[in-house]
Design a protein around this ligand. Structure first.
Ligand code: UD1
Length: 334
């Protein structure tokens, strides 16, 4: 197949491109960065309609990964999220319509669910509210039931769960999905929006405010310092290896041909941030992590989703064992 990958030189993109090339696809990358990829590369920006029309010409499918990532560290970043992520996606969609390319695979994120869902003994499945700073300061990290304040048990949220983007990045990811679905209706196109969990593995962005926690812990350990675990370390995420994420993306590229579908892409196993820190420290031979009680206001407590739909639809399964993946991350020099 002729596959265009925007952001193909990025962390996830490089793994997607490598797997596509390995499977014999004709891959054309659009990226602002030039690196050796083993695929055709056009240097350019997703906000440039001219470049896009040329790149998507005669493509079978576009995989749109180019984006400004991260949490939304500063309100001053908001225009960039709107511009790069929202206008960029709109420009990709317009170019696809112009060139009669009707299949899109889009990188979305678990952050569209906000705090997700919890189960209250009395009120059933509820969406936890925003955590108050006073609670965080007092070390009350787990949000309670919004109606009665009781502790909440964990529930895995599925793709039909309530959407609740809580920062500029999350809002831009959800906007991308909405623009893509309106495009799909207008042109009879197909969209697979892949809501990625916390992706880790070789090539992770590091030493930037946008680096994920595994890269931050790794950098600390490389410097001989303990990983600094925020809150009480019991906040849960689903860490998924970048090669597994790339394989799910390739499956969507090869298999999703009609309609709009959103798919959670996670390993299916929730782990605490403390457990990730322990695993990395162990792989590095120390020092042991330090739980600091610090907190970031924009952080949600737990994000863990039900990733069974992508398995059922594409027959995809995560392959990388957590301990092996963490060991490899600690060893890679990137
Ligand atoms: C991450 C991604 C986001 C993606 C989402 C999908 C980053 C920066 N964010 O958000 O793009 O959409 O997953 O689920 O990659 N922490 C520490 N110590 C540190 C830094 C962070 O303990 O030095 C904690 C945070 O308080 C938080 C957890 O680690 O509880 C995860 O933080 P982070 O890696 O930034 O990711 P998410 O907010 O989950």
């Amino acid at each position: 197949m002729r596959v265009v990958v925007t952001g193909g030189a990025g962390f996830i993109g490089r793994h997607v491109v490598a797997q596509l090339v390995g499977r014999g696809h004709d891959v054309h990358v659009l990226d602002t960065r030039s690196i050796e990829l083993g695929a055709r590369l056009t240097l350019g920006d997703v906000r440039d309609p001219e470049v896009l029309r040329r790149v998507v010409h005669a493509a079978d499918v576009v995989c749109h990964l180019a984006a400004k990532v991260g949490l939304g560290v500063d309100v001053q970043d908001t225009p960039d999220y709107a511009d790069i992520n929202v206008r960029g996606t709109a420009t990709v969609l317009a170019a696809m319509a112009d060139q009669h390319v009707r299949r899109l695979v889009l990188a979305s994120s678990m952050v569209v669910y906000g705090e997700g869902l919890g189960r209250c003994v009395e009120h059933g499945a509820v969406a936890p509210g925003v955590r108050a700073e006073a609670d965080l300061r007092a070390g009350r990290f787990d949000p309670g039931c919004p109606q009665c304040g009781s502790p909440l048990a964990s529930i895995l949220i599925d793709e039909d769960g309530q959407l609740d983007p809580r920062n500029a990045y999350a809002a831009s990811k959800l906007a991308q999905e909405h623009f893509a679905s309106s495009w799909a209706r207008a042109v009879d196109g197909s969209v697979a929006a892949l809501r990625f969990h916390n992706v880790y593995g070789p090539g992770m962005p590091k030493d930037t405010p946008y680096a994920g926690v595994a890269a931050i812990f790794r950098s600390a350990l490389v410097r001989g310092e303990p990983p600094r675990v925020f809150e009480d370390g019991l906040q849960r995420r689903d860490f998924i290896h970048v090669r597994d994420v790339a394989a799910a993306t390739v499956a969507a590229i090869e298999q999703h041909e009609s309609g709009m579908v959103a798919l959670n892409v996670g390993s299916g196993t929730a782990r605490t941030i403390g457990a990730m820190a322990d695993a990395l420290a162990q792989a590095a031979g120390g020092p042991a992590p330090r739980v600091t009680g610090e907190y970031r206001l924009g952080d949600v407590r737990h994000i863990t989703a039900d990733s069974s739909r992508v398995r059922a639809l594409f027959g995809w399964r995560p392959q990388v064992d957590f301990a092996a993946g963490v060991g490899e991350l600690m060893l890679t020099s990137e």
